[in-house]
Design a protein around this ligand. Structure first.
Ligand SMILES: C[S@@+](CC[C@H](N)C(=O)[O-])C[C@H]1O[C@@H](n2cnc3c(N)ncnc32)[C@H](O)[C@@H]1O
Length: 288
């Protein structure tokens, strides 16, 4: 064997195998719950609530833009829509992201038009979905679930101003308690958007907690970490981004286990879209 081949095998192949094993044995740091509450409840959503309470004209979009420090709707960004990055302005990127989300949820909702968001923050997504369906005269039922009291209070304020009937439930989807089905109506489509990637339980335990939620269909718009595959640069960069930020690396494992427990069919559209060029999102759907 030539030196180059030998060294390639020794350094690159062994490195990859080791990395794959490490990445699947759970040696990751995830965010503690106190850190999630600091970031969202105490800081981001408290600010959205304060601004929305103070200014009547403060919109859902204004709330979202607080998180895009310094960017305006005209700023050029890289929108990822597999298989390309597209240079677009932020307004177009936001529109594309919402359109993909809304069309996916609409086609997942077979009959009853009932939507529940897990980790809804201040309600930007579920209330935008509600506004779109209301503009088409489609009646539907909406519930927002979050850990953050400030996020839910802001969601209630925005809902009231847009005359949308939104139920809110303060609940930790990783916690031991059972959700109150008088508050969060059973059935319909439940979805998460960049919320499960703040989880911290081992995947089989998270799956058991999620299995108790009374959804019919679950759609997760989340970044997923996968065993390293040296040919897929996008996935390698995403793995690294998830690790660096201590995001949850086991979304895929947890949802696979959830599908098994609840006897649901799971489909995964991997790394298909996203506003953050470093963090493409996958769409994982669990249904009958
Ligand atoms: C990145 S924000 C996303 C908010 C919203 N989905 C959006 O896209 O605008 C994540 C949200 O998930 C919530 N969250 C994180 N872990 C949660 C848990 N275990 N139970 C309920 N909500 C949780 C946080 O409080 C936060 O509001």
């Amino acid at each position: 064997m030539e030196a180059h081949d030998f060294l390639t095998k020794k350094i690159l192949v062994e490195h990859e195998v080791k990395q794959t094993l490490e990445s699947r044995t759970g040696n990751f740091a995830t965010k503690p719950k106190a850190e999630v509450l600091r970031e969202f409840d105490s800081e981001k959503w408290a600010e959205v609530l304060a601004k929305a309470s103070e200014f009547r004209g403060f919109s859902l979009l204004d709330g979202l833009l607080l998180d895009f420090a310094g960017l305006s709707l005209d700023s050029r960004i890289d929108f990822w829509q597999r298989p390309h990055f597209n240079k677009v302005n932020l307004a177009t990127g936001l529109l594309r992201e919402l359109t993909i989300m809304i069309e996916t949820l609409r086609s997942a909702s077979l009959a009853n038009n009932q939507f529940t968001e897990i980790g809804s923050g201040f309600g930007y997504r579920i209330l935008t979905l509600a506004e779109v369906l209301a503009s088409e005269g489609i009646p539907a039922k909406y519930t927002a679930i979050d850990l953050s009291a400030n996020g839910l209070a802001a969601a209630e304020l925005f809902a009231e101003r847009s005359e949308i009937n939104l139920a809110t439930v303060r609940f930790d989807v990783e916690g031991q308690e059972q959700i109150d089905e008088n508050l969060a109506s059973p059935g319909g489509v439940w979805f998460s958007f960049c919320a499960l990637h703040y989880a911290s339980l081992p995947p089989h335990r998270l799956a058991r907690r999620l299995a108790r939620l009374p959804f019919e269909t679950l759609v997760a718009f989340e970044p997923i970490h996968k065993a390293a595959n040296s040919k897929d640069e996008i996935q390698l960069d995403l793995n690294q981004y998830i690790e660096m930020n201590s995001y949850y690396p086991f979304v895929l494992e947890a949802l696979t286990e959830l599908a098994r427990i609840r006897h649901l069919r799971m489909t995964v559209d991997s790394n298909c879209f996203g506003l953050n060029p470093k963090m493409p999102l996958s769409i994982i759907t669990l249904q009958q």
